[in-house]
Design a protein around this ligand. Sequence first.
Ligand SMILES: N[C@@H](CCC(=O)N[C@@H](CS)C(=O)NCC(=O)O)C(=O)O
Length: 240
Amino acid sequence: MTNSPPILRYFDDAKGRAELPRLIFIYGNVLFEDRTISFQEYEQARDSGKLPFEQLPTLEVGNTIIGQSSAIARYAAKEAGLYPLDSVQAAISDMVVDAWRDLLDLFYGCYVDRIVENNRLIMKMRDVSVRVERLREYFTVTVPMHLKRFDLLIEDNQGSPFLVGPSLTWADLAVFDLLCTFDETAKLWTTPSTVLYIPQPDGPFQPPKELLKPYPKLNALHLIISKTPLIAAWLQTHPY
Ligand SMILES: N[C@@H](CCC(=O)N[C@@H](CS)C(=O)NCC(=O)O)C(=O)O
């Protein structure tokens, strides 16, 4: 083991699956190195066998490379003191973060198919028209079902503005990450150079404007977290 800060590696073109560990490290004021890489650099790392499960994100801690976004986020949450100590509360926070993973998997599933090609499991972009069709369904059915559940968890949490227990945990940052992605004014929907932008003639696609309106508790959570000085400063710096 080493005392140097952990290195988070992810693609340089989206917040994607690396944003939750980033938010956790930042909120908890834990030093880390945010290293973004190109697709070519990713392919080199993958082909040299350095990536567990051959994908990003990864977190390098000393001599150990950890894969899988939720495992990385859980490590970050423990380091940041944002992982509940009580076993039941920990399990509820895991449940919320598993739902975060599900929602991201389904989101990326709108864009890509995972196929085996040349003996390798890879991602293949879907046609733009299929992406739009899937995104419409995602935002009409899948997302509202999940948002309602998150909202109810806060509602049932004994007057707390958070999802689990009396204070903020990594589960709140996971939901915050999703709410930022689902904001129709977010750069990923409005900036043609970003990887998830849907170009004409099928796009531009944007999530429904009033998506959050039925969920007052989630609106309040979003406000609390976005006003936290460290998080507000971080969000300002993002190019996407
Ligand atoms: N279950 C993994 C999925 C990771 C994943 O799908 N990573 C994508 C980027 S979002 C990737 O590395 N894609 C490159 C490829 O498979 O070609 C996690 O949650 O970390």
